[in-house]
Design a protein around this ligand. Structure first.
Ligand code: SF4
Length: 399
């Protein structure tokens, strides 16, 4: 049997590859490739879901609520202009449809798929995550509406017994209609054997891949994870200790078995340092105004110019100012003559955040060092002088 992905045109690497701790074996599915480029719109179609996974990372303001977001932008079902606008803003090449469980609202999903395909054409790649049981005929409807890839999320207890779970029939149906079919699960520490069993099952039925996400602490799941004894990997990140080791152990086991199917371990820093940063960059390229500059991280930088002498801003460009260059971005800043040029504009400090902020997101060391420099005193925004004497104590009313 030939590998179903072998028919797809690809110049993608097939060897094990490393991006911010993320690794894979085999041909990476198109959903992951576009995600890496930041070219995937994250389309949250509903927060409704039948399951109560202990590691669920969906925020409380979305979970179990029928709300819709495109990259955190609220969308009203049926009013698709905002959705299409969001796609254009990031130059999306595809969309990942997620929730909750999107298959709780299959009609909405099909309508969304049709709208996206009609606007951006058949090459606009769409993939969908689902966990709950649904009518198997909906898989045919999804395919007709233009879905390219489906990712099932079985429960932990099902990994070793997939043949007897509902997902078995759904996976076979998805493969039979020609959808790229994967499973996507968290790399739960200590569950290597279960995950390898799941991979072996998927390989045996001709599925295209298994994607493992590094388990992370987040506001919605922190209480559950602590209750079950999971601990943070270090003081600086939200990664769960042991999750990475589990993912890499599965990859090693998969290499030894010479499995045909793709297995991918998606690390937590990869999501921030590669996926999110690329998405920000794409948006910045399309939305930057003439006076804004795109930073290395994809944020937009602009200067804040203030008068130190009380003069009207209308006079600033009348010849009284001097121009200096920002040493990091190379952009010009107008200053008034009453102060020397500022070494570090305040915008740099505010936009980039603290060194710890940068370290958590896996930005390179050079960026961290620079953000540290930015915290030096800025002549533009001197702190107000500290009071020289304590204010008088308030007079209390007597009994
Ligand atoms: S299936 Fe997904 S959305 Fe539903 S509870 Fe589990 S992790 Fe959360």
């Amino acid at each position: 049997m030939t590998h179903p992905l072998a028919t797809q045109p690809t110049d993608r690497p097939t060897a094990s590859e490393k991006y911010a701790g993320s690794r894979h074996v085999g041909v990476l599915p198109m959903g992951c490739v576009q995600c890496r480029e930041g070219a995937k719109l994250v389309l949250f179609v509903t927060g409704l879901c039948d399951k109560e996974c202990f590691y669920c990372p969906v925020s409380r303001d979305k979970m179990y609520r029928d709300v819709m977001f495109a990259n955190e932008r609220p969308i009203h079902p049926g009013r698709w202009d905002d959705l299409l606008d969001e796609c254009r803003l990031i130059g999306a090449k595809g969309a990942g449809i997620t929730g909750g469980d999107p298959m709780v609202v299959p009609d909405r999903v099909c309508e969304t798929l049709r709208v996206l395909k009609a606007e951006f054409g058949p090459s606009f790649h769409t993939h969908l995550y689902t966990s709950c049981a649904f009518d198997l005929d909906d898989i045919d409807r999804l395919k007709e509406a233009g879905l390219d890839e489906i990712r099932f999320h079985p429960e932990l207890r099902e990994y070793k017994d997939m043949e007897n779970s509902w997902h078995h029939a759904a996976i076979e149906r998805a493969l039979s209609v020609g959808l790229t079919t994967l499973c996507e699960i968290p790399a739960v520490p200590g569950k290597e054997d279960d995950i390898v069993a799941l991979a072996a099952y998927l390989d045996s039925v001709g599925a295209h891949g298994l994607n493992m996400n590094e388990l992370e602490f987040s506001d919605p799941n922190i209480a559950n994870l602590k209750r079950f004894g999971y601990t943070p990997r270090d003081d600086e990140s939200q990664r769960v200790a042991g999750s990475r080791e589990t993912g890499l152990a599965v990859l090693e086991a998969w290499k030894e078995r010479s499995g045909r199917m793709a297995v991918h371990f998606c690390s937590s820093p990869y999501k921030d340092a590669i996926q999110l940063m690329q998405r920000l960059r794409r948006r910045a390229e399309r939305t930057a105004r003439p006076f804004e500059e795109q930073s290395e991280e994809g944020t937009l930088l602009f200067g804040a110019v203030r008068s130190t002498s009380g003069e009207s801003p209308a006079n600033w460009r009348s010849g009284c100012g001097t121009t200096s260059r920002c040493p990091l971005s190379g952009s010009s800043w107008w200053t008034t003559a009453s102060r020397p040029p500022p070494p570090w504009p305040r915008c740099w400090r505010r936009r980039a955040g603290s060194p710890r902020w940068a370290r958590r997101r896996g930005f390179p060391r050079s960026t961290r060092r620079r953000t540290g420099l930015r915290s030096s005193a800025c002549p533009w925004w001197p702190r107000p002088p500290l009071p020289t004497s304590r204010p008088p104590a308030p007079v209390r009313a007597g009994p």
